[in-house]
Design a protein around this ligand. Sequence first.
Ligand SMILES: [Zn+2]
Length: 279
Amino acid sequence: MLKNNTNESKRTLSYLFHNDYFNFLSLITVLSGERPIGRLVISKNLISKIASIVSNAGYRAKYVPRSMLSESFLFEGGKNKWKCTKDDIIHLKKNNIYFYISKQNSLIDKLIKYDKVLNIKKIGKMLHYPTCCINKFNKNVEHNCYSEQELLVSAYDYSKNKMQFPFYLNYGTFGKTLILHYPCAYNCKKSIDLAKINLSLVKKVSFEFYKKIISYLKKPVFINENAIVYFKDSGISIGKKYNSKEFIVKGRDYKNIEIFEKGIKADNVFIEGRICYFK
Ligand SMILES: [Zn+2]
């Protein structure tokens, strides 16, 4: 399918790449045959666009409003609540849908069944996530860790060599990533293998996307339980100062940042955390 894109499906893929990257990756991993089923999380107004690309490729689709499934808003509304307010969650429940794609209806029905009860282990297995990462995610959820910050801090702490990580497992600016799950560690081998396959799929869709992804993923990030800072420069160094044009922050609002070994000074306040370098 990825080779025979019509102009319309090319436009949809390009739209998703730039505006809704996670769904872009989720979609191409199914349409290329890399995994038997995928689940996109989209807003209602994207249904017809995605449905047309999916049926043109000979796949079946079904969708379910998120409000019909088990409480799956812990991620957005987790204890940090950095991503959503209460109003956002009410809006999401009304407008967000789970959009399932597979060649087999029976697989779709099975995944909907597991989503209805939030069976993390079965859901993860069906979506082709590595077992080590599913188990780690499950443990994190049991400890009430849902936010991206907490999950990435957990991946960092669980990693062996912390000096430098393979760019394959970075969760970069604007949600750019090569994996669809949170890795158990930044050097999880099974996740790296998946990321390599996914990078080659991105390259098949567009060489320009492929180059963009790599450049996003090679940039360092600062993480702690509350914030993620994405640096625009790939060569940041200790002692250097950055202004707000040189980074993007999620979760907090910083104007100036100075880099230290075990954290950052943000607007003159030292904040402990992890600086992750990706090569
Ligand atoms: Zn893993």
